[in-house]
Design a protein. Structure first.
Length: 258
């Protein structure tokens, strides 16, 4: 606890020596579990609300490197699928009074001209991670780090509900020309499981035959000589992504939308 307090003091009083001024980042980290799209959130200290993982940009790193660092700190994972999707710059998005109230509850006096009381714009990133491999971890400024169903996040701090909505809308558009699934599904999966992932993201039902035909036409799937066991119906074949073709599709894009 004492170390956390010291870290907080150092960050508040001398953070501007290490971080870029007036710019932050927020990460919408998506996972997929039990046929539900999940988002990773942090419980803010001394606040009933939750927030997106985020942070600031060190003077010697790029925005992407800062996002990678935040993702690693919150999930323990590296080499995560990551896309920048929007800049949030509403002049009223920051809440200085709430920040000062939070600091007072921690017993910290913050001067009015402190770097954290200034206006910040935020660069939004969305990330796709394997739910089973991620190890959620809170930071010194939070009490918990947990997965939430996307439709059950409640009221978040600042404009974080808006940021999640924008991330989901971007991902839906990008489904028309980029493959997804490699970062969200286990190594082996069935076609119905892949279809459920797409339907969950798109928010609509897809025709089974058309979906399978289109996915196989992309050439990014390998059908295995294995079937999913334990179901009541005929056991479906298992598939896995052809990583070489998948990476090629990420670079060159896919043809045909949903």
């Amino acid at each position: 606890m004492m170390e956390q307090k010291q870290e907080m003091h150092e960050f508040i009083n001398r953070g501007d020596e290490h971080f870029m001024a007036h710019i932050s980042l927020d990460c919408v980290i998506f996972g997929f579990h039990a046929n539900q799209l999940k988002v990773l959130l942090l419980k803010i200290r001394h606040d009933d609300r939750w927030a997106l993982p985020g942070g600031f940009v060190l003077k010697e790193e790029t925005m992407e490197e800062a996002a990678d660092r935040v993702l690693n700190e919150r999930t323990g994972l590296n080499d995560i699928f990551l896309r920048q999707f929007h800049v949030f710059s509403d002049i009223h998005r920051s809440n200085t009074e709430k920040f000062l109230e939070l600091m007072r509850s921690e017993g910290i006096v913050v001067e009015e001209n402190n770097w954290l009381t200034k206006r910040f714009i935020s660069v939004g990133f969305y990330a796709l991670v394997d739910y089973e491999k991620a190890i959620p971890a809170e930071g010194w400024d939070s009490e918990a780090c947990e997965w939430f169903d996307l439709d059950n996040v409640g009221e978040l701090i600042l404009d974080h509900n808006k940021i999640i909505g924008a991330a989901l809308e971007t991902m839906r558009r990008q489904l028309n020309f980029l493959p997804i699934g490699y970062n969200l599904l286990p190594e082996k999966f069935t076609m119905p499981e892949l279809q459920k992932l797409y339907e969950t993201i798109l928010g609509k039902t897809l025709d089974r035959r058309n979906f399978q035909r289109k996915m196989l036409a992309y050439g990014i799937l390998d059908r295995l000589d294995e079937r999913r066991k334990g179901g009541a119906h005929k056991a479906p074949y298992l598939y896995k992504f052809n990583l070489e073709q998948y990476q090629k599709a990420l670079k060159e894009g896919l043809q045909g939308g949903w």
